[in-house]
Design a protein around this ligand. Structure first.
Ligand code: PGA
Ligand code: ZN
Length: 448
């Protein structure tokens, strides 16, 4: 690609404390290369984290409710920076290997997953800058797939529940996905129409009380199903056909309200065993235009996952988030057991860019769908959009279509769509607004 390797040598790395969308400190890493190419990235943070995730390093104690990141900043400034100095930023595998060795733990707890992912992504940004490319383009060229890039199909939250809304309803994410949209831009437009329609309907019923952590409407419902009814009504009120133009996608995040054998649905005032929870969700799939269900069972309930996937896995995406934590080993095991058919890809769950990519490759090999995802604690950082486009991932989940830490991502996709057009990289006969992945890549596009 015509860049002297020397230009990509890491000159310095510095960390700074910045703020996330929930008023918590988080880690930004800034990488400077020889000849002054520069890259920056910020670590996001989850609220409903799986136990297998890379550990966020937090200071504990009184300050910032224990969420301080001084130790993670020190890990970058004092440990990581000297270790990576002089390495080639364009060799991401070697960079990440050095980070993993320096950390030396299975759960990234020494340096901290937050310190590691911020550094790993910042290095990629710096290398892309040295090549004078956008990150998506830099990654796409490395893929060498010969395929025209596309924009991911958005999965967008309308109501936020679970841990993101003080447990107001049990289900964590009530989302929509524009299965009938022609372009990325149209998918966003339709979703914004649904969001506004939902706001209006909620206001009419005296149920509008602001938003949850990821910008979705506050879920003032009497039970979990009422939210599903409201979603269908909002899709219709927006002039769209439920199940055709716009479908429903749920993140049950079941680890938050139960474990194997005992699931406490506080809003519905009942306790279900794994079989009963599965039965309830299968019933929802029968009665509502649902195309995807994430973490239907708690992360340790493999039998429940297998049972649910057996029941509906041909028709809908059964997505592992807490269940798979972007881990190659867990994805392979889930494929072997037929315990789900899609995976959420969250870079900070695993801690480095190379490991994130390896998880995606394991998912592809298993024939799993893949959804790149943000966290509930986010910032203006838009790296994940570049990963999705650069790696050709079919779907993107970023919370709602309000609040700047969310719209920053959706808007970056619109800019990338324009770049693809300018570069003549859009697929044949594509309208402006960003080509979406071929429908045949989704369960609902397979026909039958
Ligand atoms: P988290 O939740 O970022 O709060 O962990 C997001 C999700 O469960 O998908
Ligand atoms: Zn989830």
């Amino acid at each position: 690609m015509g860049v002297n390797k020397n230009n990509c040598k890491i000159k310095s790395i510095r960390a700074r404390q910045v703020w996330d969308s929930r008023g918590r400190p988080t880690v930004e890493a800034e990488v400077l290369l020889n000849y002054n190419a520069r890259g920056r990235a910020i670590a996001p943070a989850g609220a409903s984290t799986g136990t297998g995730e890379a550990v966020d390093r937090r200071d504990g104690g009184e300050a910032f409710g224990g969420f301080g990141v001084k130790k993670a900043l020190a890990a970058i400034n004092e440990d990581i920076a000297p270790a990576l100095k002089g390495l080639n930023a364009a060799n991401q595998d070697a960079i990440d290997k050095a980070l993993i060795e320096l950390d030396g733990t299975a759960d990234k707890s020494r340096l901290g997953g937050n310190a590691m992912i911020a550094t790993s992504l910042a290095v990629a940004h710096a290398a892309a800058a040295a090549y004078k490319m956008a990150l998506w383009q830099y990654l796409h060229e490395q893929e060498n797939s010969g395929q025209a890039p596309f924009l991911p199909l958005p999965e967008i939250q309308i109501f936020g529940g679970g841990a993101h809304a003080g447990g107001r309803v049990d289900v964590q994410d009530y989302m929509v996905t524009a299965t009938g949209a022609e372009t990325y831009a149209q998918a966003l437009e339709w979703t914004a129409d649904v969001y506004r329609a939902a706001s209006r309907l909620m206001a009419e019923e005296g149920r509008l009380h602001g938003v949850a952590d990821e910008g979705g409407l506050w879920p003032d419902f009497d039970d979990n199903e009422q939210a599903l009814d409201m979603l269908v009504r909002a899709i219709e009120a927006a002039g769209l056909k439920p199940g055709q133009d716009m479908a429903i996608s749920l993140d049950i995040a079941a680890s938050q309200f139960g474990s194997k054998g005992r699931y406490r649905l506080a809003r519905d005032d009942r306790t279900l065993n794994s079989d009963e929870l599965s039965g309830m969700l299968v019933d929802w799939v029968e009665r509502y235009p649902i195309v995807a269900i994430e973490d239907p069972m708690a992360e340790g309930d493999k039998e429940g996952m297998v049972r649910f996937t057996w029941a509906v896995g041909k028709r809908v995406q059964v997505i592992g988030d807490d269940f798979l934590v972007t881990s190659v080993g867990r994805i392979r095991a889930a494929a072997r057991d037929k315990a789900c058919n899609a995976v959420l890809i969250k870079p900070n769950q695993v801690g480095t860019l190379s490991e994130t990519k390896a998880a995606l490759e394991a998912a592809r090999k298993a024939g799993f769908g893949a959804i790149v995802s943000a966290r509930s604690g986010e910032t203006e950082d838009v790296s994940i959009v570049h990963l999705a486009v650069g790696w050709g991932v079919e779907q993107l989940k970023v919370g709602s279509i309000t609040r700047a830490e969310r719209t920053a991502k959706w808007n970056e996709g619109l800019r990338i769509a324009d770049q693809l057009k300018e570069m003549g990289l859009e697929g044949e006969g594509q309208q402006p607004g960003g080509a979406l992945p071929p429908r045949s890549r989704f369960p609902w596009g397979k026909g039958g």
